[in-house]
Design a protein around this ligand. Structure first.
Ligand code: KG4
Ligand code: ZN
Length: 353
């Protein structure tokens, strides 16, 4: 079973060919995975500009798909289905992938599968490691999402926690911007925080003690909130700028602040993921999404896993950030279950999972 995956939910145009055993069985094999990143284009603006992103997807999509097929030595006739990200994401960006996939599926006479981007991030763990022990807790932590899922058995997902405001990656990007470190913020803060002192500045971490007003019946025990932390960093920066009479803080202060911010985010993510694992009797913890590339998060989660005698799984860096191999993997699950998309499939910016 060979599936062509297509991903255009944000600022990466991606296509990949992934093969599964008969009936969608593991292990899955990545034959090709092509990612055209728009980071250099959006950097000038300090973040993703949706209108520019969708226009760039239009420019890149044909070449990226052709390259993914060529790298896999595959032709349109040799693939069994096309899987595409339906949502959540930027609507203009999603529409490019969905329109392309619908047209290609119709022209090549292949089934179409609609994939939730977050299911893709979760499945990146199964793509990388084969079958994870279940029930598992999976934390999807990226620029757009910070959500905790229980995976009772491979291929089924139940949301048990999510951010009420900013995603963790979004907090990285906003804090990097206010420290003048450029976009995207995650990798640069990760690097700067490396040998700095995370205890030099004290920052608050948030634990939510009340239901979400917009979804009062939802379980809220494992919800996140990062906007207060971002504001605390902003206030600290303003205070130090005034105290020193400068606009640019000394490098050592920027490093220490980056380290304090990073350690607060990482401690919150790890604490809540392991608390959820305990509460839901999980036997494994998985962490996926762009922020899963973070070195401190990887080290802290591995250490906590050792102490709790709980295996911890991360995707490789290439499968952590947005890619189409994970979309093809999630597509294989749905294809095996016979869940095909209609020819009039539409993109959905806030598709729930
Ligand atoms: O999964 P992803 O590629 O796109 C979304 O679905 O959002 O995640 C991108 C996010 C950005 O916010 C970026 O700053 C963050 O992942 N990121 C990191 C690191 N590498 C990327 N955050 C922390 N540490 C990193 N090393
Ligand atoms: Zn993503």
């Amino acid at each position: 079973m060979r599936v062509l995956g297509i991903e255009t939910s944000c600022d990466e145009t991606a296509a990949a060919v992934v093969e599964a055993g008969v009936g969608g069985n593991l292990p899955w094999r990545i034959h090709s995975s092509v990612v055209a990143s728009q980071v250099e284009i959006h950097r000038e603006w300090g973040g993703v500009v949706p209108e520019i992103a969708s226009r760039q997807h239009v420019r890149d999509i044909c070449g990226v798909v052709e390259r993914a097929l060529a790298d896999a030595a595959a032709s349109w006739s040799s693939i069994d289905a096309i899987a595409v990200t339906q949502g959540p994401g930027l609507i203009g960006s999603l529409l490019v992938g969905v329109s392309f996939a619908k047209s290609a599926a119709w022209a090549a006479g292949k089934p179409l599968v609609a994939v939730n981007h977050l299911a893709g991030h979760i499945e990146s763990l199964w793509l990388e490691h084969g079958d994870l022990p279940t029930p598992a807790i999976v934390l999807v932590v990226s620029g757009g999402h910070t959500s905790l899922y229980v995976v009772p058995a491979s291929g089924t997902y139940r949301l048990v926690g999510r951010t009420r405001d900013d995603a963790a990656g979004e907090a990285y990007d906003k804090v990097a911007k206010l420290l003048g470190l450029g976009y995207p913020g995650g990798p640069v803060i990760d690097r700067l925080a490396g040998d700095a002192d995370p205890d030099a500045v004290s920052l608050p971490s948030t634990r939510l003690t009340h239901p979400d007003r917009n979804a009062p019946s939802r379980e809220y025990r494992f919800d996140f909130s990062f906007s207060g932390l971002k504001t605390a960093v902003l206030r600290h920066v303003r205070h130090r700028q005034q105290a020193l009479g400068v606009t640019m803080l000394p490098e050592v202060e920027v490093r220490d602040l980056a380290a304090a911010f990073q350690s607060t985010v990482v401690d919150t993510l790890v604490d809540r993921a392991f608390a959820a694992a305990k509460w839901h009797n999980a036997v494994a913890v998985g962490i996926a999404g762009g922020v899963a590339a973070n070195s401190r998060l990887r080290a802290a989660a591995a250490e906590r896993g050792r102490r709790a005698e709980m295996p911890v799984f991360f995707p490789s860096t290439h499968l952590s950030t947005d890619n189409a191999a994970m979309i093809a993997a999630a597509g294989i699950r749905k294809l095996a279950a016979g869940q095909l998309a209609p020819a009039d499939l539409n993109a959905a910016a806030s598709l729930p999972l």
